[in-house]
Design a protein around this ligand. Structure first.
Ligand SMILES: CC(C)(COP(=O)(O)OP(=O)(O)OC[C@H]1O[C@@H](n2cnc3c(N)ncnc32)[C@H](O)[C@@H]1OP(=O)(O)O)[C@@H](O)C(=O)NCCC(=O)NCCS
Length: 371
C-alpha cells in the first residue's frame, strides 16, 4: 500500500454533477462560461439538484420554495447574541448555526428522498439568512426579513444591507454565486460526501463541509487575498511585497490549484467584474494591484490565479465585510454540497480508505515503572 499525499490523482467517486476536464469546468455538461454569462443562481441550483435545467414553472416553484424557507428560528438568532462577538469568525458562527438549525428541523433525521430534498431547499434558503443575520446582529443591528419578490442574489444583499441593491450589484453577486456553486470533488465536497456516506444526516454533512471550506488553502483564501491587498496598500508596493514573499517561499493566496494547470476558468469572469466594479466605485487601485500581482506570480512561478483571487476585490467593491467572503462562498457552495449529498445517498457506500502505516513496529508493552 502506497499513499498518495493529499490524495493527489486519486479518483474517489463517480459523479454526474460537475467535471473538470482539460481545464474546462462544466456543471452537468454545461460550460461554466455559458452559465456565468446566462444563468441565474436559482437555475444553477436546480441544474445541480436535478441534472437538467428547469422549465419556467419549475424555476418559479424553486424560487418560491427558497423564498418560503428563508426565515430561521428565533432560537438561532438569539444564539448569535451569546457568542463572544469580538473573537468569533463568521465561518465559525456559520458552522455552529447550521448545526443548530438541524435541532429545529423535525425532519432532520428523516432519510426519505422527499425529506432529504426538502432539507436541501431549507439549507440553501436558510444559509443566506444565517450569514446576513449574523453580520447584522454582531453590529448591533436587527436582522432584515427577506422579500419574496426578490431573487436569491438580490435577497442576500438586501438582507445584508437593509436596502435593495443596484442592478449591477445583483448581476455581479449572481455571477459570483454561479461561479462558486460546484467544483467536482474539492475538499469540502469530499468532506460532505464522506460524512453522509455513513448515512449521517444532511445537517451534519453541511456542517462538516463548512469546517473544511473555512481553511485558507480552500475557501478561506478569498479573505486572505483581501488581507494581502490591504497590507500591500499601494500599486508601488506590489513588486517588493510579492517578491519578498516569493523569496521567503511563502504562498501567495489566490494562486495555484491542485487540478487546473493552465488556469482556473472562473478567474477571468471575476477579473472582468473586478475591473468593472472597482472602476465604477472609483477604487481601481484594487484591480490594478491585483493585475500586477498576477503578472509577477504568473511570470515567476507559472501559477495562474484561482477563483479566490479576483473575487476578493469584487466583494470588497460590493461593500461586503472581508470576513464574510468565505461565508458567501459557503452560501453558494451549499448548492453543490447538497447536490453531492443527494447523489451520495442515491448510490451509497461507506467511504473508508486505508492508510500506509509508517510508525514503529513490533513494540512490546512496557510497564509504567520501567518507562
Ligand atoms: C490550492 C493549493 C492548496 C493546491 O495545493 P497543492 O496541489 O497541494 O500544491 P502544493 O501546495 O503542493 O504546491 C506545489 C508547489 O507549488 C507552490 N505553490 C503552490 N501554490 C502556491 C502559491 N499560491 N504561491 C506560491 N507557491 C505556490 C508550492 O510552494 C509548491 O512548490 P515546491 O514544489 O517548490 O514546494 C495551493 O496552490 C495553495 O496553497 N494556494 C494558495 C491558497 C489558495 O489560493 N487556495 C484556494 C484554492 S481554490
Amino acid at each position: 500500500m502506497t499513499a498518495s499525499k493529499g490524495l493527489e490523482g486519486i479518483v474517489a467517486t463517480q459523479s454526474a454533477i460537475s467535471s473538470i476536464i482539460d481545464d474546462t469546468l462544466t456543471y452537468v455538461g454545461y460550460d461554466i462560461d455559458d452559465l456565468a454569462t446566462n444563468a441565474s443562481f436559482e437555475e444553477v441550483v436546480y441544474l445541480l439538484w436535478h441534472q437538467r435545467l428547469p422549465k419556467e414553472d419549475e424555476l418559479a416553484e424553486l424560487k418560491q420554495q427558497l423564498a418560503d424557507n428563508m426565515s430561521i428560528p428565533q432560537e438561532v438568532l438569539d444564539h448569535f447574541k451569546t457568542y463572544p462577538i469580538d473573537q468569533v469568525h463568521p465561518m465559525a458562527a456559520l458552522r455552529t448555526a447550521i448545526s443548530l438549525l438541524g435541532l429545529y428541523d423535525d425532519k432532520a433525521e428523516d432519510m426519505s428522498d422527499e425529506a432529504n430534498y426538502e432539507k436541501a431547499i431549507k439549507l440553501q434558503a436558510k444559509i443566506a439568512t444565517v450569514v446576513t443575520a449574523f453580520s447584522r446582529v454582531r453590529k448591533g443591528l436587527e436582522p432584515v426579513a427577506p422579500k419574496s419578490e426578490l431573487g436569491y442574489a438580490a435577497n442576500f444583499l438586501y438582507m445584508l444591507n437593509g436596502e435593495e441593491p443596484e442592478d449591477i450589484a445583483i448581476e455581479a453577486f449572481n455571477k459570483a454565486l454561479v461561479l462558486h456553486a460546484d467544483h467536482e470533488l474539492n475538499a469540502s465536497t469530499f468532506t460532505a460526501r464522506v460524512c453522509v456516506a455513513t448515512l449521517s444526516d444532511m445537517y451534519s454533512g453541511i456542517t462538516a463541509a463548512i469546517g473544511a471550506l473555512k481553511g485558507p488553502l480552500h475557501g478561506g483564501a478569498n479573505e486572505q487575498v483581501m488581507k494581502m491587498l490591504m497590507e500591500i496598500g499601494s500599486e508601488e508596493n506590489v513588486e517588493p511585497y510579492i517578491r519578498e514573499k516569493l523569496d521567503n517561499k511563502e504562498k501567495i493566496m489566490g494562486f495555484g490549484h491542485r487540478v487546473y494547470r493552465k488556469g482556473d476558468p472562473r478567474a477571468k469572469h471575476l477579473r472582468e467584474m473586478s475591473k468593472k466594479l472597482t472602476s465604477l466605485r472609483g477604487e481601481q487601485k484594487w484591480y490594478n494591484m491585483s493585475e500586477k500581482i498576477e503578472a509577477i506570480v504568473t511570470g515567476e512561478k507559472n501559477l495562474p490565479p484561482n477563483v479566490d483571487f479576483y473575487s476578493a476585490s469584487v466583494y470588497h467593491s460590493l461593500g461586503i465585510d472581508h470576513d464574510l467572503f468565505t461565508p458567501i462562498f459557503a452560501v453558494s457552495r451549499t448548492s453543490g454540497w447538497t447536490a453531492h449529498i443527494l447523489e451520495q445517498y442515491a448510490n451509497n457506500r461507506l467511504i473508508r480508505p486505508r492508510a500506509e502505516y509508517n510508525g514503529p513496529d513490533k513494540q512490546k508493552y512496557v510497564p509504567m515503572s520501567e518507562r
